[in-house]
Design a protein around this ligand. Structure first.
Ligand SMILES: *Cc1c(COP(=O)(O)O)cnc(C)c1O
Length: 716
């Protein structure tokens, strides 16, 4: 496909010949969701592996050569190495994927998947939250199923920020400065060995971006990077960070992603049949595609009608203010030459994205995407209802229920999120090929066959792993002499592996109500400090740097964590990322989520918890409203909406405390016939897996995208 361009594959390792494919493996993210791949690095030097934040390239750069030499002579290591490479080759060379078997006629079709962020692994923090993790999981799953998808996004030189909490609980931020030599990205160059670039016209200049590639199993993800010598100093910074609050930066970024992204795919020789926009940030891609067709002689109407059939739009934001929109004066500044090329008047152009707000008109990216996509979806059933109401104004002649926005509930990638030990347990009791059938509900009735104690052993192991992580981290901070004693207590040195442990981690946006749990502090202290049935809670999360209320929430939580009265049982882990997310969802007993309904479009962290046997305790919002069946976890509040948010907070807080006190704590500490394991608790874990695991994974989700969106669009 890539005819005139080739990928420059760095070859600067001095690896012993016998194990030199460790370098190659590092350049394909297959290893991040296949524990055998990951362990081939880790076992060479566990400490270094942690130090480089699980980045195999940095790892290979820094590892002691003697260790590599020894490994290349160790027959047990070599046996494992050969096994991993054979599995990797079998995966990459497999022509008989699920998709190829099911749809042999569609093998030459192409789907382009655009997203502002991709959360693929902790060593590449190009994501801010759920939307990006979902995009990453979507690509991993598309690779497993063999779907012909190609990703398009940005590589951010500074990533999303690093979070530090001051002694007083204030969030401070600093930026990464990635060394691209240590990223698993492959340079795309032209036939003269020059980086392949694309350019986009802005009001007074042209910005250029080069193209990198990240190999996600069988899927290629292309990433644009404006840090090239042709650009001005400012433009070189254009793609250094996510979600700038500066609207001119935002609109320039989005023009680069949408229009530059289409141009990059064209240069690379792709001819996508479908264009999937993960949120509205990439919706300018529609304009570039329209322009191409107009150049070929179509009218705007003809072009738009044709393209609508091939565009797919996923909306993620039930909070009106969370939707991406620009003031009209910015459109007047950035787009005159474009509406001319599209043969539209200024007013016709503005109409494509117009949303009337109390303060005037804006140009809304979701509106643009909705206007130009025949197939649109929300990310849970309830979010579908909310989205149909929210965008009803675009179809004024219709009832809300007839607004053409369906829903496809999110999922999580099983290989990436499931703990290795749990996977081994499933291999044993669900059958070696269980992963092939993970979206079949019948498979999961077999969890009954897992012996209680074996399941509990794995659960206990995962909890110890989480607590050890917190303690080691706190110890390091203590030894740095930069943290006070009360800080290291807030960081978790007093955690205990036998106490019922609740986890709560997410972006600290105010609608997520991280403080609901603390609303009756005296009652909470009583529960936490019960000598016989103690309770611990571990929290983590970042606030957007411009979100002052979010930062105040973190401070509130951190002060409680430092409060002597909470006895070191309330803990805040700094710098929430994919690694901490994995440790938490796998390691706690209960996963709590307290959004102000219906603001949580779907939520996915609870799904990551569920597949690992961590029980959910959440508001009936997003996915949990579909997942909760009365016996596979617990609900907070009622299945209803409120007009008065204070009333809602009151009802939910009362429900939270009552359920915790009367149901969750007693169940966990129920008479133990088996050491510290409660058989009733384990029964609930199994019911949780039986009812949720098949449903809330990306296997089910991506197949649903295929059936509801991609296949009908292919047929047009
Ligand atoms: C899963 C995940 C999220 C999204 O979780 P929500 O349930 O939507 O809050 C955010 N950040 C990280 C690091 C995650 O792993």
């Amino acid at each position: 496909m890539i005819r005139n361009f080739h990928k420059v594959f760095p070859n600067h390792y001095h690896l012993p010949e016998r194990i030199n494919r460790l370098g190659e493996l590092a350049y394909n993210l297959w290893w991040v969701w296949n524990p055998i791949g990951l362990r081939i690095y880790l076992q060479l030097d566990r400490r270094l592996w942690e130090k480089v934040n699980h980045n195999p390239i940095a790892f290979l750069h820094q590892i002691d050569e003697a260790k590599l030499a020894a490994a290349s002579r160790d027959k047990y290591f070599l046996e494992e190495y050969d096994h991993v490479m054979a599995e990797f080759d079998a995966y990459m060379g497999n022509e008989n994927t699920w998709f190829a078997r099911q749809y042999p006629d569609l093998k030459n079709r192409q789907i382009a998947y655009f997203s502002f962020e991709f959360g693929l692994h902790e060593s590449m923090p190009f994501y801010a939250g759920g939307l990006g993790i979902l995009a990453g999981d979507h690509l991993k799953e598309a690779s497993d199923l063999g779907l012909p998808i190609t990703g398009m996004g940005f590589i951010y030189k500074q990533g999303y920020f690093v979070q530090k909490i001051t002694e007083d609980g204030w969030q401070e931020t600093s930026n990464y400065h990635f060394d691209f030599e240590e990223m698993p990205i492959i340079a795309i160059v032209d036939d003269k060995e020059k980086p392949l670039t694309v350019s986009v016209k802005l009001p007074d200049r042209t910005v250029h971006a080069r193209v990198w590639m990240l190999q996600v199993g069988r899927v290629s993800l292309y990433l644009l990077d404006s840090n090239v010598p042709q650009n001005s100093v400012n433009d070189r910074q254009l793609t250094s960070r996510l979600y700038s609050s500066d609207l001119e930066i935002r609109i320039s970024q989005e023009m680069l992603l949408g229009m530059g992204g289409v141009r990059a795919l064209r240069k690379l020789g792709y001819k996508p049949d479908l264009w999937h926009m993960n949120e509205g940030h990439s919706a300018f891609l529609t304009l570039e595609n329209v322009r191409e067709l107009i150049d070929e002689g179509m009218t705007f109407e003809e072009a738009a009608q044709k393209l609508r059939k091939s565009n797919i739009f996923t909306t993620h934001t039930p909070v009106p203010a969370g939707n991406d929109q620009f003031p009209i004066w910015l459109i007047d500044k950035y787009f005159p030459s474009y509406w001319e090329e599209m043969k539209l008047t200024r007013d016709q152009f503005v109409e494509l994205g117009k949303q009337t707000q109390p303060w005037g008109d804006t140009f809304s990216m979701p509106v643009l995407a909705l206007h130009l996509s025949e197939r649109c979806n929300a990310v849970s059933e309830l979010h579908g209802e909310v989205a149909r109401k929210m965008w009803n104004f675009l179809w004024p002649e219709r009832e809300a229920r007839d607004v053409p926005i369906q829903y496809i509930t999110n999922g999580v990638h099983m290989g990436f999120w499931l703990a290795r030990r749990m996977r081994l347990l499933f291999d044993r009791y669900l059958g070696m090929d269980w992963m092939e059938h993970m979206d079949d509900p019948d498979l999961w009735t077999r969890v009954e066959q897992i012996p209680d104690l074996e399941l509990w052993d794995v659960r206990r192991h995962l909890k110890r792993k989480l607590i050890n992580y917190a303690i080691e981290n706190a110890r390091e901070n203590w030894q740095s002499t930069k943290h006070s004693a009360s800080q290291v207590i807030a960081e978790g040195v007093m955690l205990d592996q036998y106490s019922l442990t609740i986890g709560f981690a997410r972006r600290f946006a105010t609608y997520k109500r991280a403080d609901l749990f603390f609303s009756d502090y005296d009652r909470l202290l009583r529960l936490i400090n019960d000598q016989d049935r103690p309770l611990q809670i571990i929290l983590a999360g970042k606030a957007h740097p411009a979100d002052e209320p979010g930062k105040l929430l973190i401070q509130k939580v951190y002060r409680v964590a430092k409060d002597a009265r909470s006895g070191g049982r309330i803990v805040f882990l700094e710098d929430y990322d994919l690694n901490i997310a994995r440790l938490l969802v796998q390691g706690v007993d209960v996963w709590m989520n307290t959004p102000r309904r219906p603001n949580e479009a779907s939520g996915t962290s609870g799904m990551k918890a569920a597949i690992n046997g961590t029980l959910n305790f959440s508001v009936l919002d997003g996915w949990w409203r579909e997942g909760f069946n009365g016996s596979n976890g617990w609900a907070i509040g009622n299945d209803e909406d409120y007009d008065d948010p204070n009333k809602q907070d009151e009802v939910d807080a009362a429900s939270l405390y009552n359920t915790l006190e009367n149901e969750i704590i007693p169940l966990y500490y129920q008479t133990r016939s088996m050491g510290d394991a409660s058989p009733q608790w384990i029964a609930k874990i199994k019911e949780n897996m039986r009812s949720l695991s098949w449903q809330f994974n990306t296997r089910r989700m991506v197949k649903e995208y295929l059936h509801k969106m991609y296949l009908p669009a292919f047929k047009e």
